[in-house]
Design a protein around this ligand. Structure first.
Ligand code: F6P
Length: 601
């Protein structure tokens, strides 16, 4: 079935043709955020996944779940077993979700009503599922095995992918071995990766995860990798501070090569280099990663030193392309990065081939739809009990929120429910001393706990009862149960807690979480985790029937910033302040003038 037909299938009144008796079958009122006329709401209802029997069955099922408590659900060993999955060395325990096996069955019906399997297949088949940009969505091709065939417009893309990877391997070996020399003959030891959004967060996540991995550590001895993302001059100063330009190479990473922040930072770093090493030094000290090789050349970077990728790789899904693999291979060597790609590829195979019932990203995705669209929990906390995963949450925040933060479905109909997830997180145990209070006694925020069996690093102090890593993991196990079980007033009374403190010290429990246990944090498992989350986000979008692969919502702010840029430029050149005729509203006019006046003081 073509993808357009799949979208249309999602538009049926219901799976069996029944019309929906409930015009707004939602657990939450969504009319507050977006003003929607009744007719557009009606239209959206008719055409949306929310009009299917499967959706309605889940809505009705909410009442049953409301009558359960996780402490009882967890007492059922059969359920716990059925709701834990192990594959490729990963162990995922969903038993602390507010869901029964019946819920899972109903979610599978929803997946079928949404044509989930067909949509996954359409993605792998290279259908242009990013319909607003008429693009395929093939980040899975960036980590394909050499012999795999993944086509866009009938052409296998894998040989091109490996063409770039082979060039990265050769180039990074040249730089790392010292054969590639800087303008003054010194070898390159420092890399500054300039990029923002998807051209930054994914590579930063992987770099942070590998920095203390023993093999990667050995490979990166004496080398530095820094990132420059924000256009804030403070970020420039921090990225360049202490670096010797003679030993530094800038990698300019931008899919479009037009992003204002990245291009300004690239010009700033170019001037930092050339002011000390001369104009010609750009050839040895600046390379690029982009789909726009024409603009790379115009910027002054030799196309020989540019590494391409393709419009079928979304920015936030690009870490496995040259976007991540070039700077990370320069730091850790290509071999380490090949392991990372293999891990992601293994998860891709799992996602494509495993039946929905035991498919890890599918289960994660469906359960998050359950939490968001049915139980009314719009946020999720990503809580790795591993400092090396400290940049996982910021990366997934972009992958998830830029992908699924949409107000219309793929056909342009206003959604009759709110899609998207509010993602945030911090590594445990740091988060425990920050926002866990709210998660335990305030709002319900489903959590992903991620634990590692064998740490990258070990510390054993003779007199301690457990190692540092065991101590960390004690919290991993304890927090999930604290959220699930809570602490009742009776328990507190039996512990002689004074009456006036009982309301303050009681915990309702019944707060959902998923526990993910990895055997170790290696380049390979980092790749698995990355792909697991990417596919989970895709599953959500496929079920909600939205386009998870465009990002029009970031455009308006960019346009308005460019008007302000022109204004600030004019005011500097003509020594004048903003006035009413400049077209800004009263508030912005005053704010701008405060800023401009402050600069002259
Ligand atoms: O924030 C919007 C966005 O387009 C992201 O999707 C993208 O990752 C980022 O900007 C950077 O874009 P580019 O790689 O083209 O510089």
């Amino acid at each position: 079935m073509a993808f357009s037909q799949l979208q249309a299938a999602g538009k049926q009144t219901s799976e069996n043709g029944n019309s929906n008796p409930n015009p707004i079958p939602l657990t939450r009122d969504v009319s507050v955020n977006v003003s929607r006329s009744l007719s557009s709401m009606d239209k959206a209802m008719e055409t949306s996944i929310a009009s299917t029997d499967a959706w309605r069955a889940l809505q009705e099922h909410v009442a049953e779940i409301e009558n359960t408590h996780l402490k009882d659900l967890l007492a059922d060993q059969g359920r716990c077993e059925a709701m834990s999955k192990e594959d490729m060395g990963l162990y995922i325990d969903f038993s602390r979700q507010r869901a029964t096996q019946d819920t899972i069955k109903k979610l599978m019906d929803l997946a079928r009503a949404a044509n989930l399997k067909e949509k996954i297949d359409a993605m792998y088949a290279g259908d242009h599922i990013n319909s607003t940009e008429d693009r395929a969505v093939l980040h899975v091709a960036t980590r394909a095995r050499r012999e795999q065939v993944i086509c866009d417009d009938g052409k296998n893309q894998v040989p091109e992918v490996w063409g770039v990877l082979d060039r990265i391997k050769a180039f990074s070996e040249k730089v790392r071995s010292g054969e590639w020399k800087g303008a003054t003959g010194k070898p390159i030891k420092n890399i500054v990766a300039i990029g923002i959004g998807g051209s930054f967060l994914g590579p930063l996540f992987v770099h942070t995860a590998l920095r203390t991995e023993p093999k990667a550590m050995m490979q990166s001895r004496g080398r530095t990798l820094r990132f420059l993302a924000n256009v804030d001059p403070i970020d420039v100063a921090r990225a360049l501070n202490g670096l010797d330009p003679e030993e530094t190479m800038a990698v300019v990473i931008s899919k479009t090569f037009t992003t204002a922040e990245t291009m300004l930072n690239a010009r700033t770093v170019r001037s930092w280099l050339t002011s000390q090493l001369g104009e010609e030094s750009v050839a040895q000290h600046m390379v690029a990663v982009s789909t726009n090789l024409k603009l790379v050349k115009e910027f002054g970077i030799d196309p020989e030193n540019a590494f391409g990728f393709w419009d079928w790789v979304g920015g936030r899904y690009s870490v496995c392309s040259a976007v991540g693999i070039l700077p990370l291979s320069l730091q850790y060597g290509f071999e380490v990065m090949e392991q990372f790609l293999s891990g992601a590829n293994a998860m891709d195979d799992h996602f494509r081939e495993t039946p929905l019932e035991s498919n890890l990203p599918v289960l994660m995705g469906l359960l998050s739809v359950w939490n968001i669209s049915f139980l009314g929990y719009p946020a999720r906390a990503i809580l790795p009990y591993c400092q090396a995963l400290s940049k996982l949450a910021p990366h997934i925040q972009q992958v998830s929120m830029e992908s699924n933060g949409k107000g219309v479905d793929i056909n342009g109909n206003v959604l009759p429910f709110e899609a998207g997830e509010i993602d945030f997180g911090e590594p445990g145990t740091n988060g425990q001393h920050s926002f866990y209070q709210l998660i335990h006694q305030g709002r319900v925020v489903p959590c992903d706990f991620i634990g590692i069996v064998r740490s990258q690093q070990s510390v054993y102090l003779k007199d301690e009862i457990v190692s540092n890593h065991d101590e960390l993991m004690c919290n991993f196990f304890a927090q999930a149960d604290a959220l699930a079980y809570g602490k009742s007033r009776e328990e507190l009374r039996s512990q002689n807690v004074p009456d006036y403190l009982i309301p303050h010290r009681s915990f309702t429990g019944n707060r959902p979480s998923t526990s993910l246990l990895l055997p170790e944090l290696s380049a390979y498992t980092v790749g698995q985790v990355l792909a697991l989350y990417e596919h989970q986000v895709a599953v959500q979008g496929f079920v909600w029937n939205i386009n998870s692969f465009d990002q029009w919502g970031v455009e308006l702010g960019k346009v308005l910033a460019s008007r302000v840029r022109q204004m600030i430029n004019q005011s500097r050149n003509k020594h004048r302040f903003v006035n009413n005729s400049d077209g800004f509203n009263y508030s912005t006019t005053r704010l701008l003038n405060k800023y401009l006046q402050g600069k002259t003081q």
